[in-house]
Design a protein around this ligand. Sequence first.
Ligand SMILES: [Zn+2]
Length: 216
Amino acid sequence: MKAAETAARHRWIACEQCDLLQREVDLAERSDAHCPRCNAVLYRGSRARLDTMIALALGCAIMFLVTNMFPIAALSTQGIDVSTTLFGTVHVLTEQERPLVAMLMFVTTILVPALELSALLYMLLPLRFGRVPASLSTAFRLLLAAHPWSMLEVFLLGLLVTLVKLSELATIVPGIAFWSFCGMIVLFSWLSASFSTRDFWHWVEAAREGERKAVP
Ligand SMILES: [Zn+2]
C-alpha cells in the first residue's frame, strides 16, 4: 500500500457539497475527513483490508454454493415429506404459472448475488497478487449496477413469514441451506459495509504502480 499512500499526498479532492478543492491526506483506519468549509464528509479512512474483503467474499461464495445445493426447508404433514431448494422454489413457481414472481426470485436471490460475488472475486483476487485484472472497469460497473437488485434480506423475511404461517399446518424443519442463507446475508452485509470504492481504487493504483515497476 506504500505507493497508494504516497500517491494520496499528491491527490486533490473537491467537496461534493461546496466544491472547495483541497489536498488529500492519509487517514487512520475508520476515521473520516471533513470539509473545513461545510463540514461534509469528504472521504473515509480504510474500512477493511484487501485480505479481509477477499475472505468475506470467499465466505459468501461458499455459503452461496451451500444455499443452492441443499434444501432450504422440509415440510412434513400427514405422513408426506416435501423439501425444496432455492432453485426448486423458482421451478415450482414457474410450473404454477407465476413466471414473473419466479423470474424476480431467480434474479434477486440467485443471479444478482452470483454476479456480485463473481465480479468482486474477479477484481479482488488478482489485486491481492499485485495484478490488475483485464476488464476491471466493466466488472466494477457490473458490480455497481447489480447491487441494488440484490434482495436477499427481503427474501429471508418472506421466507420466515411463510415458515411461521405454515408451522400451524405442518412440521417445518429449516434445512442446511436456510442456515447458510442466513450466514450469507450476514457476510454480504459485512462485505457491503466494508467495501469502499476509494480503498478499492487505491488497491488498483498500488497494483498498477507495481506492474509499471516490474516492466524493465
Ligand atoms: Zn464543503
